[in-house]
Design a protein around this ligand. Sequence first.
Ligand code: SF4
Length: 923
Amino acid sequence: MAATRSTCCYCGVGCGVIIEHDGTRIAGVQGDPEHPANFGKLCSKGSALHLTAQPAAQRYRAAHPLVRPARDLPFERATWDETLDSLADRFAACIRAHGPDSVAFYVSGQLLTEDYYVFNKLAKGLVGTNNIDTNSRLCMSSAVTGYKATLGADAPPACYEDIDHADLIFIAGSNAAWAHPVLFRRIEAAKERNPALRVVVVDPRRTATADFADLHLAIEPGTDVALFHGLLHVLLWEEWIDARYISAHTSGFADLKRRVREYTPAEVAGICGIRAEDLMTAARWFGEANAVLSLYCQGLNQSSSGTAKNAALINLHLATGQIGRRGAGPFSLTGQPNAMGGREVGGMATLMSGHRELGNAQHRAEVAALWGIDRVPETPGKTAVEMFASLAAGDIRMIWIACTNPAQSMPDQAAVRAGLRRAELVVLQEAYVDTETATFADILLPATAWGEKEGTVTNSERRISRVRSAVPGPGEARDDWSIAVDFARRLEARLQPQYLARTPTLFPYSSPDEIFREHAATTAGRDLDITGLSYAVLDARGPQQWPFPTGASCGRERLYADGAFATADGRARFADVPYVPVSEKVDARYPFRLNTGRLRDQWHGMSRTGTVAQLFQNAGEPSLQLHASDLARRGLRAGELVRVESKRGHIVVAVEASADLKPGHAFLPMHWGSGSLGGDGGLGINALTTPACCPVSFQPELKHAAVRVTKADLPWRLAAFGYARDGDALGLRAALRPLLERFPFASVTLIGRDRPGVLFRAAAASRADADLLDRIDAVFGLDRDTVARYDDATRGIGRRVQVENDRLLAVRLSGDSIAEAWLREWLVAEHDVAALRPLLLMPTAHAPRGFAPRGRVVCTCFDVAESLLRSSLEAEEGTAEAALSGVQDSLKCGTNCGSCLPELKRLAAETRRAHAGSSILAA
Ligand code: SF4
């Protein structure tokens, strides 16, 4: 078995991995002990990376160019040559007839830097449009504008090692425990080593990260700027600021000082919905700490005030001199694996290569000279939300989408899909054939994926790592850079001279190494100068942080140690920004504040993690979380279906009570699109979210929407679950997806672990047609003669049970799904049902004697479920820590990737509290 060093393709922590393979198949993955981002650790998602490359998942990979003869017809296989020639003809004709801005490119923070570089040059250098934007717009653009507004450059000043040296870690708008788990393990370890380390978490929800905090500021959504101004008010009042630093290294403090005067603790406590004492405590800890490290992410970025939130937090660091020192600094965590690389090459509608400014004529001239062209366009391109609106308006006619799934991930799905439908041509460059966006694509170009491609990525701490190929891609799939280069050369040959005033090709590359070298050259003399880096250096010395100029022996860990910032006068700028409430206010019609976020084991739209059954064990289906008092007030019970509706659309999901939310707040996980959550809305979670954007960063406010929640009156229920006879669970799921839209509520998910199965669940106001039930039965193989049947036509109840070798193979319960729990667990556990045959068709909830539901799996690595954990913890003596330690000894839970540790700690604390309560009652 061979081993290839590479990088995890999920979050911005950028963990190093070692891929175990035989040159054709990936067999395993381990954390790279030598990678400075993770030192061998991986989270639950990273540990399961190899499972996403198994043959079962590979069947749903795009392997050949696919072309639809017409929008409503299925794809047909085509050759690369005919497809790219036809695309070049159509793009060239469109550009000639309607101008360069009639086409657009929508790319991804999951592309490698080399891919990004070529796409950016293709749009800006060849086509002559700035209409290139990326899903990083939904992720990090407020962090970019926040840094630029204050520090002068888009450069995170801190590094991961600062976690080990901070004595206050201030986490705002980030559930790092779930979204950046390996980094969170480092915070846990730092706290264990140094119990005096304080952690403050700012988040409307009591997340797993907030659970860990010494102080949780559960602010009202969108009030971060008021909170940060309130903190600065107290810092000023108590003289906890660093007047010397302010005077020597900053500008604009007087204006900000005037503004924050009105943000008194009482005023801020009222706006934020927190106690003034807690604000004072946080300010005192901030002011008294030797080293404060702020970590922040989507709670600050995905906001109509995203830039202001970022800048107001950075203000605190500038006012206290908490920057450029070990353990200190404002440190934005990147959501995607290469959002940073995209920023470096300028692959966005508002950026330019090498951190240059689009509005700066000298910068444009520099890029034009580097590329050997007359000019690069000056007018900013359409940003993500604008791009799809322009498609809907007919201004942009053709769009090329690469490595992203906007028909799942963009807010206001109805508007986005209207744009995709109106487009004259939708090209999708993608590794998977079954994403929501593939439904809208006229042409699908098969791309290689993680484990197959070569290049580099940059993580949150500016560290550039190599991504290496271990196995070839499927069929004719090609690397993203190679597809873009091949198309670009063909387009170049067709465009008229007025669009291209030079002769040799702009795209001479035959390897990603060559592209990297050109990219590195564009950074010469810039803040991110990486002219000293090459593949050879990265291969020899391992991942390196930028800047790494020619002659350097290593990259720079921290920026601004000398107090010199990337502004014209070298001084950091305080941002005098007002607090502006969220874009959509709650009112009597839409009274809930909806927040969206990540789950522990899923990644974005689930095109990759959604192929692995074990990653659904912790949370298999989406549910709306509400405070118990809101359920009671509306007469709702946990588990019931509710209709969640915003001004833009609705979805139907189950509701659950959560003590982690305040009354009036609601939470939904972001991962479910129309491919897994159907119903008559059928547009997934982002049917609800708003396209309102930050006016500076153009990042949409995915973190807040006003919604109403009403009971979904859908008494007829269906649950069908089982295994595919050929073992192809993903094929079974794919066959069920077209049926999702046939019900007011429907969802489809994977169940099981080593042997994956599928669960299809639906609800309606009245019983489904027999035809529809027959279709579902046929998909599960429940239409055979050997299937046991029960039908009560009067009550509308039906059961189908297929048993094979005394094991359940598939089950359909309609009209009555009350036996689902035990039948599903029996199927997944592959228990012998020979002695239970009388129960199988009994139209009641009767379960086998002694049946107790396992509940969700908390530890995915060792398959340890909640019920076992609770009973084991109850059986232990001593403190919560001692009980957990005892349980870990016996069950091993939390001893591998550690992603479940926050949940284990919470369960241990809960069971100890319950234990103490019952002891008091007994006494
Ligand atoms: Fe991948 Fe997890 Fe590391 Fe993020 S924390 S890079 S998802 S292994």
